[in-house]
Design a protein around this ligand. Structure first.
Ligand SMILES: O=C(O)c1cc(C(=O)O)c2c(n1)C(=O)C(=O)c1cc(C(=O)O)[nH]c1-2
Length: 250
């Protein structure tokens, strides 16, 4: 039988999930941050991750719609504004497209999702469905990977600026804002989970939700690794970096 944890013990268990399973541990990220990917592989990462970015406000709208207290909605709606902006050209999704522009990818191609790997699509959709179908507590707990993101973002920006001449501070500007947004969002969500997971079952469900979310992030990198690093077999129809395409056509 599982026992009731104190809020502090629950937090420690949640943080432990990140220590063991966060996508900072994935070999694809180690290559990305260490400067060991080529231009086409970095393009593939940015193109696939666009779909994650684009669906974040969709999943947050679904969480918002289930919040019955104005106080909660007021806090959560900021996430949607952060990603969508208040007008065309503003917000996180627009900033992500600056990155894909900077990497020479055609905007219409990126947003059409034609080049996406199927595993990216399935993982991101699973996240959207999870928050829709599970309890509000689990939906909020699944966002808690953001507790761990400032560390990886710091490492990523420093590593990419140092190692790749095809990225700049301007093209990586997306991540600047995340360094303040993510801790604010994670503090709020962690406080909610600590206050509302009041039974051993609810606490276990919150921990499992965070594990699930780590899986959502992890499999996206598995898919990139398989398609673009080793054995480098892009799914038929998915994005093919120019160099690989030229080889295929030769
Ligand atoms: O760069 C990253 O490694 C990273 C990780 C995560 C995360 O841990 O889920 C998010 C983001 N970035 C991010 O930019 C973002 O907007 C975001 C929203 C969420 C969420 O679950 O609501 N996670 C993340």
């Amino acid at each position: 039988m599982t026992t009731l944890l104190s809020p502090e013990e629950l937090e420690a268990r949640l943080r432990d999930v990140g220590r063991r399973r966060y996508h900072s541990l994935h070999p694809f990220h180690k290559l990305l941050h260490g400067g060991e990917l080529n231009f086409g592989q970095v393009q593939a990462w940015a193109l696939n991750r666009y779909f994650y970015q684009a669906m974040i406000p969709v999943k947050d709208s679904s969480i918002l719609a289930r919040m019955e207290e104005p106080e909660l909605r007021r806090a959560w709606r900021q996430r949607i504004i952060d990603h969508d902006g208040d007008r065309e050209g503003e917000g996180g999704i627009a900033r992500w497209l600056k990155l894909t522009d900077g990497l020479g990818l055609d905007r219409d191609y990126v947003t059409s999702l034609r080049g996406l790997l199927p595993a990216t699509r399935f993982a991101v959709e699973a996240y959207v469905h999870f928050v829709r179908d599970k309890s509000l507590l689990e939906a909020i707990a699944s966002s808690l990977t953001e507790m761990f993101s400032p560390g990886i973002i710091g490492e990523r920006v420093a590593g990419m600026l140092k190692n790749y001449d095809f990225v700049s501070k301007e093209t990586l500007a997306y991540f600047d804002k995340r360094l303040t947004e993510a801790p604010r969002d994670a503090d709020f969500a962690l406080d909610y989970v600590k206050r509302n997971a009041r039974t051993p079952e609810q606490q276990q469900a919150a921990i499992r939700a965070l594990e699930f979310k780590c899986d959502v992030l992890w499999v996206q990198l598995d898919a990139l690794y398989f398609a673009y690093v080793d054995p480098a077999m892009p799914y038929p129809g998915a994005f093919v970096p120019e160099a690989a395409r030229a080889r295929q056509e030769a």
